[in-house]
Design a protein around this ligand. Structure first.
Ligand code: ATP
Length: 297
């Protein structure tokens, strides 16, 4: 029996444009997705048979077959035609239902770790196909870093990596349903308002200038419902954030700081007003702890 440990990194959306509604009910997106160093710990113990799951650190996350990490293990074993045989322990740090892809990160780590344990029977492309069936952000989390995402988030193009800027994440108590946010989105906000401009600056080697073009179409739905988020954004701006925005469908908002000292002062100003995390932009989605880099440099 072997034990594998992995770090599963969360993400933010530096841009999120909704281009339109598709016939299948999903929305066509353009987004610059970015890993952050806030991560869950994922531990897998192989054998003897069946799947079991323990979740530490977040009592709201299911400990049964509803958990996306469980689903990822099942899907992996089915793809390689083996009997499922793994005990999974998740230590949650990424808040759930927060727009930070906490569940998707865990699923990606399970897929990477099992694939490595069994000697890489599946290619990255095959893992991404499995991931797509589990959740829209799993394909991103399998690679991570800085990626241009299209489609429903499954078509990924690596772009120039953002520097490891300091990051503040602030999350209100309430979670938010992604489906509900999309349902309430007005088609007036459809279009590529941010992603193309951000990409142009980034590909010219200007990550700082690119930050002028952060933007998220879903803010129009979520922010009016959570006044605290606007206060966090305004405060981060006052303390010198180079950019401040809501991530994904929210409600987490983030501030990016090119100067660690400013980030620290901003953190000090808001840390008593909710769940506030000091973090940093990160260069990969999954890191396996024993040798295989799982996409990490
Ligand atoms: P995304 O940004 O990918 O939409 P999110 O951060 O908004 O993700 P998740 O953290 O993935 O959302 O959680 C969404 C829901 O999924 C939660 O309400 C939770 O009950 C359920 N869930 C299932 N498995 C997990 C997991 N491993 N970690 C967190 N939540 C999970």
């Amino acid at each position: 029996m072997g034990v594998i440990r992995a770090a599963a990194y969360g993400k933010i959306n530096l841009t999120l444009d909704v281009l339109g509604r598709r016939a299948d009910g999903y929305h066509e997106l353009a987004s610059i997705m970015q890993s952050v160093d806030l991560h869950d710990d994922v531990e897998l113990e192989l054998g003897p048979s069946g799947i079991s799951l323990e979740v530490k650190g977040d009592a709201t996350v299911p400990e049964d077959s509803r958990n996306i990490a469980w689903k990822a293990a099942l899907a992996f074993f089915a793809s390689v035609q083996k009997e499922p045989a793994v005990a999974i322990t998740l230590t949650k740090r990424i808040p759930a239902a927060a727009g930070l892809a906490g569940g998707s990160a865990d699923a990606a780590a399970v897929l990477r770790a099992l694939n490595t344990y069994f000697g890489h029977p599946l290619t990255l492309a095959q893992l991404q196909t499995i991931g797509e069936g589990l959740g829209a952000d799993v394909p991103f989390c399998l690679v991570g870093g800085t990626q241009w995402a299209q489609g429903i988030g499954e078509r990924l193009t690596p772009v120039t990596a953002m520097p490891p800027y300091a990051l503040l994440l602030a999350k209100p108590e309430m979670g938010i349903s992604t489906q509900e946010v999309y349902r309430n989105l007005n088609s007036d906000s459809f279009g590529d308002h941010f992603t193309n401009r951000f990409l142009q600056e980034l590909e010219q080697g200007q990550p700082y200038a690119a930050l002028r073009h952060v933007g998220n179409a879903l803010e129009t739905v979520t922010l009016p419902k959570v006044p605290q988020c606007q206060w966090w954004k305004d405060t981060m701006h006052r303390y010198g954030a180079a950019a401040q925005l809501m991530s994904g469908s929210g409600p987490t908002v983030f501030g990016i700081f090119t100067d660690d000292e400013r980030a620290y002062r901003a953190w000090n100003a808001i840390r008593h007003q909710g769940n506030v995390y000091m973090s940093r932009l990160h260069h990969c989605g999954v890191k396996l702890m024993d040798g295989d880099t799982g996409g990490c440099q």
